[in-house]
Design a protein. Structure first.
Length: 617
């Protein structure tokens, strides 16, 4: 039976969720009654049935029970097949439940289940201890607290039986990193401690090189107070975020840096309600820490003794943590590591399509309407381009009839496009995400603004209830009365956190005439190249044109910005094409042609030294 596509943002009604949940429950009951040994495929059918519920109706009352059911089935599979990898997937599924459904009644059982898997199945006592302690810290009066205490006592007894040193005490405490003599007295979190109330959750941490500095961004639910300090021997910067809550998916996290300034980032709970982030640095001249409220982030800029050019050459944008649901067995999910294995090899010059010649400096041409915007009149140039692969993490985007997810498709195309822009155009390229991570819509243009980007392109794949719908279309930010454009915008904007109160500010940001004119020109060049590049050997592909719509992901960008819908994942025939590496490369090539055409109409590239190496190829 062919699976039905799920449309991101077009969430199903409760009646749909209830019916599909009941169907999943019947499949699970049949699985338990099955004679003989169920296969992985038998389990997979049941997993897919539950996933369909929370993919299709993520806000329904059946969503979090479905997430929980998937975790329970993964545990059952791990025991049945003696597969630790499945047990670790179950842990991630339980973490996904707690993060995405913080009001779920199953969140208590989920945390306790994580500790039991670490203790009883994986024999990871340190992790198990930390989880049970977290349970008691968060929920000291819950009816399951006694069970958590019993698990802790059992762990402590086992440690004592294994030559545990006398005098350590009956209550196990966890010392947190970098609470040493240089940074104040050591802090401990005991099993009976209670955390402050009304805490702000830390939702992620990421780092990248801007060319001038190494930037660390800590994402929060809202702005908080913080303290920062630099310590020598060894050189490190630490920041304490006050009145914050660190989810288990981030607790004890360590990220490596490789740009010569930042060696490592560590994050842990220093004491209840106080999160410490430690940056291990080298060859650093100074740093600056600042809190922003839109979006809520703590930004730490680390400045080195070496030149900005050397820093830029060494820079590689790193992944965002706060891992979302990492489920390799989800329908259509393809494992994507940051850059490795996903970026294509650039074709030799002899095999490339002839490129527009971009001279170092020239007079900007008028737009297609014969006008000269302020950007063109001032001779402004293109340096950095930010590519935004849509969706990511728990936000899959559209899921095709055979399981292809929009988030994986657009990430693959984006990384291919970035390589082309770097090697052929000589532009600096940055990504809002370069792996399977969820980034809020409002944060994506904030990344581009912080990076001082000159162009922003968000890449998505389309969906329609009509399986025969085909074609490509490109959007720029503006108001519209088009029903189709508004439907696409509604689907892509569904995960936004904007409130009605913010409408006035959003309207002001949309109504920036010069940026709109350039965005329209940018969209026209990309749409023309996208259609011409894909239609040559693709009979029936439709040119759906350039359209305007109020996309949240484009609002607030300080530079010309567009959103490209590269195909319909909901079309079964196109979905098959979109799975192939060759077709994805054709899409990237077509997008590149459009961007290069737009850049050639301006006064040139800011990074002229790179253009010289590629001009005329």
């Amino acid at each position: 039976m062919m699976a039905l596509p799920v449309f991101a943002g077009n969430h199903r009604p409760d009646a749909w969720a209830n019916a599909h949940y009941d169907a999943a429950e019947k499949l699970r009951a049949a699985l338990s009654e099955r004679n003989g040994h169920p296969t992985r495929q038998d389990y997979q059918r049941v997993l897919d049935a539950y996933r369909r519920v929370y993919y299709g109706a993520p806000t329904s009352g059946k969503a979090d029970p479905s997430v929980s059911a998937v975790a329970e089935l993964l545990v059952e599979m791990g025991h049945h097949f003696d597969d630790d990898a499945l047990l670790r997937k179950a842990i991630r599924q339980y973490e996904f439940l707690r993060r995405e459904y913080p009001g779920s009644g199953s969140r208590f059982e989920a945390l306790l289940a994580i500790g039991k898997i670490y203790k009883d199945d994986l024999d990871e006592t340190a992790h198990a201890t930390a989880v049970f302690q977290e349970f008691l810290k968060r929920y000291p009066h819950h009816h399951l607290a006694d069970e958590a205490r019993g698990e802790l006592n059992e762990l402590e007894q086992d440690a004592s039986d294994s030559h545990h040193k006398p005098g350590d005490g009956d209550q196990k405490a966890s010392k947190l990193p970098d609470a040493d003599a240089n940074e104040g007295s050591a802090k401990t979190v005991s099993a009976g401690a209670t955390a402050p109330t009304d805490l702000t959750e830390i939702t992620g941490i990421r780092h990248w090189n801007t060319g001038e500095c190494t930037r660390v961004a800590i994402d929060l639910q809202k702005a908080v107070r913080f303290d920062s300090q630099r310590i020598d021997h060894p050189d490190r910067i630490f920041v304490d975020l006050l009145d914050t809550d660190l989810p288990s998916s981030l607790a004890g996290k360590s990220l490596d840096g490789d740009d010569g300034l930042l060696s490592k980032i560590r994050i842990a709970e220093f004491q209840p309600g106080r999160t410490r982030v430690v940056l291990e640095v080298q060859d650093v001249d100074s740093y600056k820490a600042s809190m922003s409220s839109d979006p809520p982030q703590l930004i730490i800029d680390v400045y080195g003794n070496r030149s900005a050019e050397a820093a830029s050459k060494a820079a590689v944008k790193k992944a965002v943590v706060a891992p979302d649901e990492e489920d390799d067995s989800a329908p259509g999910r393809t494992v994507s590591t940051a850059r490795a294995g996903t970026r294509s090899v650039v074709k030799p010059a002899s095999e490339r399509t002839k490129l527009p010649t971009i001279r170092k400096v020239h007079e900007a041409r008028p737009t297609a309407d014969g006008d000269r915007s302020l950007i063109r009149a001032l001779g402004l140039k293109i340096g950095k381009i930010v590519i935004d692969p849509g969706h990511g993490g728990h936000d899959t985007g559209t899921i095709g009839p055979h399981g292809l997810t929009e988030k994986d498709l657009v990430l693959s195309v984006s990384l291919r496009l970035g390589k082309l822009l770097e090697t052929r155009l000589g532009a600096q390229v940055d990504y809002t995400r370069d792996n399977d991570t969820f980034i809020p819509l409002e944060t994506r243009t904030a990344i581009a603004n912080q990076d001082q980007a000159d162009l922003f392109i968000s890449i998505h794949a389309n969906a329609s209830p009509d399986p025969d719908a085909r074609g490509v279309e490109t959007y720029y930010l503006n108001f519209t009365s088009s029903r189709d454009a508004l439907e696409v915008a509604a689907r892509e904007n569904a995960v936004s956190d904007q409130s009605i109160y913010e409408l006035q500010d959003l309207v002001k940001k949309i109504a920036l005439k010069d940026k709109i004119e350039e965005s329209r020109e940018f969209a026209t060049d990309v749409q023309t190249a996208l259609y011409s590049g894909l239609s040559a050997r693709n009979t029936g592909l439709r040119d759906r044109g350039v359209k305007r719509a109020p996309f949240i992901v484009l609002i607030g960008a300080n530079m010309p910005s567009i959103l490209a819908e590269i195909s319909f994942v909901s079309n079964p025939a196109d979905e098959r094409k979109l799975r192939s590496s060759e077709y994805r490369q054709r899409i990237a090539e077509s997008l590149y042609q459009g961007i290069a055409k737009y850049v050639s109409g301006l006064s040139g590239l800011k990074v002229a030294s790179k253009v010289d190496k590629t001009a005329g190829q």
